[in-house]
Design a protein around this ligand. Structure first.
Ligand code: ZN
Ligand code: ZN
Length: 337
């Protein structure tokens, strides 16, 4: 393992443990510094014990670099064992059944990792496929992808798929649901993609009388396969949006659109009462990390625990399907609008 790979691994572990404090920032900074240096200078400094003379390299990151060069993993092993994401026995049944992750981001929008790094991690987690769902253009703060950049990304994904087969990266998008219920890309763009997640990211406080038709219009689109983080809540920070959940979930059933169980710890969306309602109404589900870094791909257990607690029928979780069956599900979804 190279020093850069070892530092990346540390950042991954801290990320999955939701550690965003001083230590995590220090390792991210150290990673930047080591990436920018020639490999032989890093080795020379490690041998001479002068790594910490560099701005941004502290004693912990120097230890990680020195161990990597010596072929040792003491520090990494300790981090691995202390940062694991816990899971309940019930949740593990769901996690073991998952074959992929249908909602995640890369550096192309507001994620922190390359598509390749996300794919390698997904493979290491045992996934057979992942859907790359960067943001759409409306979300300018997240560098949403225009039709041109999306087309370019599809080409990059095709190239990676040749190298990573049989693992498969599906091209997708997390398309914004605009205020009037239209989508932030037209049918000509969306129909080119393997899978489409649609989410509300703005005007989350609009009255239920407006939010309900807005969401129904989106999930009724033949191009939308999954409704992302349906209430938009941020636990402790932002209340769930108000809408007629029965009407929205009913449209999801009718139009074969899955309701996402979003695993991000600050979201955990839908809230438990809505999740139970969606089960009772017969919705399909996907349990997705919505990861913005490799470490966050390990957050699926959080959603799996909630699926177990609510009693989601495992056969209604679409990312337990083998890829051909998932694509058939998608085709049926598009056929019914
Ligand atoms: Zn989102
Ligand atoms: Zn997202």
């Amino acid at each position: 393992m190279t020093p850069v790979e070892a530092l990346e691994q540390v950042v991954h572990y801290l990320d999955r443990a939701r550690d965003t404090g001083f230590k995590a920032k220090a390792f991210v900074r150290a990673l930047d510094v080591v990436r920018s240096l020639p490999a032989d200078e890093v080795a020379q400094r490690a041998a001479a014990g002068t790594l910490t003379e560099l701005d941004g390299i502290g004693s912990s990151s120097a230890t990680v670099v020195a161990e990597a060069l010596a072929g040792e993993t003491t520090y990494l092993d300790r981090m691995e064992s202390t940062t694991r994401v816990p899971i309940t026995e019930g949740g593990a049944v769901y996690r073991n059944a998952l074959r992929g992750d249908l909602h995640l981001h890369s550096r192309w929008s507001d994620g922190g990792a390359t598509i390749e790094a996300m794919a390698r991690t997904a493979m290491a987690l045992g996934h057979e496929y992942m859907v790359l769902t960067d943001h759409s253009p409306r979300l300018t703060v997240a560098h949403g992808l225009s039709a041109d950049r999306l087309a370019e990304q599809v080409g990059v994904v095709a190239e990676l798929n040749e190298r990573f087969a049989p693992f498969r990266i599906l091209s997708g998008i997390e398309v914004d649901i605009l205020e009037d219920g239209n989508l932030d890309h037209g049918p000509e763009v969306l129909s080119q993609l393997d899978l489409v997640v649609a989410s509300v990211h703005n005007k989350l406080r609009m009255p239920s009388a407006e939010m309900t038709p807005r969401m129904i219009a989106a999930v009724s689109s033949p191009h939308v396969d999954i409704l992302g983080h349906c209430t938009g809540r941020l636990i402790g920070k932002r209340d769930p949006s108000e809408f007629d959940a029965e009407a929205v979930f009913s449209a999801c059933v009718q139009h074969h659109t899955a309701v996402e169980i979003n695993c991000r710890p600050e979201r955990l969306d839908p809230p438990m009462a809505l999740l139970k309602m969606a089960i009772d109404m017969g919705c399909w589900f996907s349990i997705d990390s919505d990861a913005h870094s490799t470490g966050q791909l390990e957050w699926q257990p959080l959603g799996c625990d909630r699926a177990a607690e609510a009693g989601v029928p495992l056969e209604r979780v679409i990312n337990t399907l083998p890829l051909p069956a998932l694509l058939r599900w998608r085709d049926e979804s598009r056929a019914v609008g």
